[in-house]
Design a protein around this ligand. Structure first.
Ligand code: HEM
Length: 532
């Protein structure tokens, strides 16, 4: 229809319907503009600015690679690295109007972690808290350094000296380390976690808590769900005391609903009603806990008590305090169940590995049946190796910093005001560090080379000033779960007998979960003959 020939035409174009003409010329104009933009932005301009990191070309200004990044950030980053000849020079991606810089070379990553002068984490942490719903007013008081004329409220309430006039946010980092780096507060937390894990993994608890098929051979459970329940129950009770679970028995499921879609919060995803509903439930639960008289909710860990005491003393509204505590629940829980799931998914599906791990687990229990955490942590090389490999396998965290002064990394200048990212997965699969089988799950690499965890390519817990203080408790909890599970049960994986695939398409801020619908379904048969 559009191409009806007009008989009295005065030239070749007259043979085309005018609407088509307008459409064609618009398409050509847009095409020319796009070509011009690409030529200018990605060929001409970089030639005049060789000191700037190169940018992966794209067609639509402003949008850049945003859509592909949300679909699979890892793919876009890998594509960019390869596009520039895999030299691992810093490069940039435009993500919805923002040009962000990426580092994928271990040496540059080390420079990133060392740099505390021109690469700032503060602003990133504040953005995170704002996204989590903490008000600007509370952030201002938390990040403001006390001046010498006024009362230093947090230092006074905590009865500590603060000679460097640290803000509450800076003091919080010290409090986290006090809680999580081995020392008296850490050992207390560790012992409590162990007790809770032990309770949850008793045959009678499993049979009672899992309504799945229970027969004379045992109880059939989803490994993913088991890891979520067991690890979160221990962490929530150890951090908040038993009252939290008594008040909010659905807290774990609400957290998982939020966790599965938490990326929508960071990416400001428009269709995020369910994620916000789950987040709001978490916040309300914590508020109910906070509104319970203190004497009725004993047993909170030092870090939770300290956050509550200091923020209340600063006059923080309860909604903000609850959101801050939800952030604690988030950092303490979002990753550990995932690494533990992957470790067991591979152990249970590999008879040889299972045998080695079972032997180490058995050796960690003393004659009276108590677990020696020292033996487990210091003399169980295969359990340690599976943990390190599982972490390597499923890590997809990205550390961010704000550039506050001109910074040169990898010979390239990062502009002031921009954000620079280290996507952990890019170095975790380098054949130079992990060998030709880097893309295969193989814990033996950590047995062959004991120093591999010290490799600059192996940074699943980040580094520098924000080096994860939870790294000790995470490994400890995972090792304890493996040891107790294998001591208490014979395991029988149902189905295909292979570990699930990673879902690398879903955006994540930390560790990766299995593809939708994939799991490990396992029958747990108590080793003691009598079934509860
Ligand atoms: C396998 C489990 C875990 C992984 C993979 C992990 C990973 C990380 C990473 C990569 C960072 C650095 C973020 C950055 O530099 O941008 C970090 C920081 C942090 N992690 Fe973990 N983490 C884990 C478990 C935990 C646990 C169990 C806790 C608490 C109980 C925890 C508490 C923290 C805190 C408080 C920070 C911030 C440190 C700071 O800002 O100075 N993490 N974690």
């Amino acid at each position: 229809m559009f191409f009806t020939v007009i008989k009295d035409s005065s030239g070749w174009l007259a043979g085309v319907h005018p609407v088509v003409l307008v459409l064609l010329s618009s398409i050509i104009a847009v095409g020319v503009l796009c070509l011009g933009f690409r030529l200018w932005a990605f060929t001409i301009k970089p030639a005049f600015r060789p000191y700037e990191p190169r940018e992966l070309p794209y067609w639509i200004p402003v949008l850049g690679h945003a859509v592909q990044y949300v679909k699979s950030g890892q793919d876009v980053i890998t594509r960019a690295r390869k596009y520039f000849g895999d030299t691992r020079a810093p490069f940039a991606l435009t993500l919805g109007g923002e040009k962000m810089f990426f580092l994928t070379d271990p040496k540059q990553v080390a420079d990133f972690h060392k740099n505390t002068t021109s690469l700032a984490f503060d602003k990133i942490a504040q953005e995170l808290s704002t996204t989590f719903g903490v008000s600007q007013k509370t952030l201002q008081t938390t990040y403001r350094r006390p001046n010498s004329e006024e009362v230093d409220v947090p230092a006074k309430i905590m009865q500590i000296q603060n000679p460097r006039n640290k803000s509450l946010a800076e003091l919080n980092n010290d409090f986290w380390k006090q809680q999580l780096v081995p020392g008296p507060l850490y050992y207390k937390l560790q012992d409590e976690c162990l007790q809770y894990l032990d309770n949850s993994l008793k045959p009678e608890s499993i049979a009672h808590n899992y309504k799945g098929p229970t027969d004379e051979k045992g109880t059939t459970v989803s490994l993913l769900r088991l890891m979520q329940d067991v690890l979160m129950d221990a962490a929530l009770r150890a951090f908040f005391g038993d009252k939290m679970m008594e008040l909010e028995p659905n807290l774990i499921r609400d957290f998982i609903d939020f966790d599965e879609d938490n990326w929508k919060l960071w990416y400001k995803w428009p269709d995020a009603k369910e994620m916000f509903a789950a987040k709001s439930k978490l916040s309300k639960s914590v508020q109910r806990w906070l509104n319970t008289p203190e004497e009725e909710r004993p047993g909170a860990a030092f870090i939770v008590e300290t956050f509550e005491k200091t923020q209340r003393a600063m006059g923080t509204p309860i909604e903000d305090l609850a959101n801050i505590l939800v952030l604690i629940i988030f950092v303490a829980n979002t990753n550990t169940y995932k690494v533990c799931f992957w470790a067991l998914a591979y152990i249970l599906n590999d008879p040889d590995l299972l045998h080695k791990v079972q032997q180490e687990s058995a050796a960690a229990f003393q004659a009276d049946g108590t677990l020696s955490t020292k033996q487990l942590m210091d003399s169980s090389p295969w359990i340690a190796a599976v943990f390190h490999e599982a972490l390597r396998w499923c890590s997809a965290s990205t550390s961010l910093r704000l550039v506050t002064a001109p910074t040169i990394i990898g010979g390239k200048e990062l502009p002031v005001g921009s954000r620079v990212a280290v996507p952990a997965r890019q170095t975790l699969f380098m054949p130079e560090a992990f060998g030709d089988d880097a893309d295969v799950f193989n814990p033996e690499r950590f047995i062959r080379d004991e120093k591999l965890t010290k490799s600059p390519s192996y940074k699943p817990f980040g580094g520098g000033t924000t080096y994860c203080p939870g790294r000790f408790i995470a490994r400890q909890e995972c090792s304890v779960v493996i040891a107790i599970l294998l001591k208490n049960f014979n395991t029988d994986v149902l189905g295909e007998g292979k570990a699930p695939e990673l879902d690398l398409t879903k955006p994540t801020t930390g560790l990766v979960t299995p593809k939708d619908g994939q799991d490990v379904i396992v029958r747990l048969s108590p080793k003691s003959e009598i079934l509860p």
